[in-house]
Design a protein around this ligand. Sequence first.
Ligand code: PTJ
Length: 301
Amino acid sequence: MTEIPKNHPRYESLMAREQIIAGVEKGMTSRQGLIAQGRGEAFDYLIGEKTIDSADYAEAVAVCLLLLAESPVISVNGNAAALSPADLVMLSQLTGAKLEVNLFHRTEERIQKIIDELKENGADVVLGENAEPLLPLDHERAKVERVGIYDADVIFVPLEDGDRCKVLADMKKLVIAVDLNPLSRTAQTAHVSIIDNLKRALPNMIDMIPDFKNMEEEDLWEIVQAYDNNVVLMDAIETMKENLTAKQNEVLGINPDENDNSGKKEKKMLQEANERRFGKMQRDPEIAKKVMMRGGDLMME
Ligand code: PTJ
């Protein structure tokens, strides 16, 4: 494992990478999981690498749902097991949700290794070994345990890959997804979409549990019923747009406060900034060619 200094500005993100790599080395996480992590990192960067208020709200609603459920299940894949094994076990113990390993790139060896990891982190029972193809899907995620995901009323699915989420929703189960990509099929299909990093979402949810545990069921239902997932998705997308605009302004040296409301000034400044950056290139076709070729090299690297 590469030693990451604690004061590195991207410490958390680099540590998560190391955890995923360790998961692959242990045989728990798939190699495809490395790619999924990279995709998550990109969206985390856009959201500002923090839990935004709407995600915090979705996390609270998720806790309420898990506490209200009669047979809640936490579905665990190779990435989740590598990133947050102890927190997954803790969430399961505090909400009474069962843990079930369910994999897209399923091998019995990986199932066993993930079960062992969760047990090493304090879990008593972990489902997944006795899975049958009970879901109407043409891939390995179809395999679930009858006493687990198949019979569950509320399912927590971190880092899902889309189509199972839809199948579960079609089976009238309530699905809580954790996915940093608000545009993914999972995020668009789940009933509660937590647009946050699993590594931040889980401890935050665990912290909230004591407060909600003391509440009456009807008050918990009230919170759940007032929830609108579209607002949460919209807020995440808006936040990403705002962060991108702020970055663009920073790069182009634009002070948005100086702009008039019509946006004309901003447009002109953008145009000027673009001319400054690309003007020389446009005037000199030879430089333009070189830059384009360099771009091609970069893309291939
Ligand atoms: O362990 P397996 O065999 O079940 O395979 C698991 C992976 C994750 C490889 C599989 O489910 C997969 O390919 O997933 P996708 O389609 O890449 O989707 C993963 C989603 O999770 C993407 O939308 C990522 O943005 C998101 N994501 C990645 N890391 C995190 C994350 N969301 C929250 N927290 C993260 N740390």
